[in-house]
Ligand binder design. Structure first.
Ligand SMILES: [Zn+2]
Length: 250
């Protein structure tokens, strides 16, 4: 079940739950065991979700010689709703470039861009499911697919989670779901979050450093745009994502 009303009730500019509150509270969840992963597909609704949500894990798996494919579902062109089509196209090109540089930093050279419309994935969910089935079919036993969580609150993130869940069920790939916006709208012990299914991602300093390098690429999201207005991801949002670390629901 989704949590879009929770996210909608918690404007990004209001700050949301602090990283300190999370770090004081987070339960002693089990650690995700990388040793059983034979190949990984990371599905991102927007360029940057893969890095903030599962980038350290992806880098660590590349270090182990595991094949990692990144599927970027949208180009992220809808970040500023009032921009002209030309300016939106420029943003999409910038975000594709940022994604390539971030993937390079993580050690991922297999990047698939589906080009579905940012902000409209609920209307393209069945097509997305079929695309993911096609990309996951034939993966070796022990393959994983990490996607944005079905309960993350952002409509695109939830649509990606549902599509990935359906595709994994059809291809016998193991689904892992990573939260992004949950850290904003949820609270410690929140009943909307499946804490008992949570596992923590623990990586070494090398993988953590490469995630930092990848995260530093997303200027279009972290720097206020020319002409006024705030950044899509304010500094406290980025800081929270980096400090709470990566978790998955299994
Ligand atoms: Zn996103």
């Amino acid at each position: 079940m989704g949590n879009q009303s929770r996210f909608a009730a918690c404007p990004i500019a209001d700050g949301g739950t602090s990283s300190a509150a999370w770090l004081d509270w987070l339960p002693g969840s089990p650690t995700l065991d990388f040793s059983t992963c034979s190949s990984l597909t990371v599905v991102a609704a927007h360029p940057d979700d893969e890095t903030y949500g599962f980038g350290g894990a992806a880098a660590a798996l590349r270090d182990r010689g595991v094949d990692v494919q990144l599927i970027s579902v949208t180009d992220g062109g809808g970040a500023f709703a009032d921009w002209s089509p030309a300016r939106r196209a420029g943003l999409e090109a910038a975000r594709r470039g940022e994604l390539r540089r971030a993937a390079d930093a993580l050690g991922i050279d297999d990047v698939v861009e589906l080009g579905l419309p940012d902000g409209e994935l609920e209307s393209h969910e069945s097509a997305l499911t079929e695309s993911l089935v096609g990309l996951l079919t034939g993966r070796p036993p022990g393959s994983w697919c990490a996607a944005t969580w079905r309960g993350d609150g952002h409509p695109d993130h939830e649509a990606v989670g549902r599509a990935a869940a359906a595709a994994c069920a059809r291809t016998s790939v193991r689904l892992l779901e990573y939260p992004i916006w949950m850290w904003h709208w949820a609270e410690p012990a929140d009943a909307a979050v499946p804490w008992s299914r949570m596992q923590r991602v623990v990586v070494d300093a090398s993988a953590a450093a490469r995630k930092e390098s990848a995260a530093a690429q997303f200027h279009s999201q972290t720097v206020p745009p020319a002409g006024g207005g705030g950044a899509v991801l304010p500094p406290d949002v980025v800081d929270r994502l980096m400090r709470v670390g990566e978790v998955v629901f299994v």
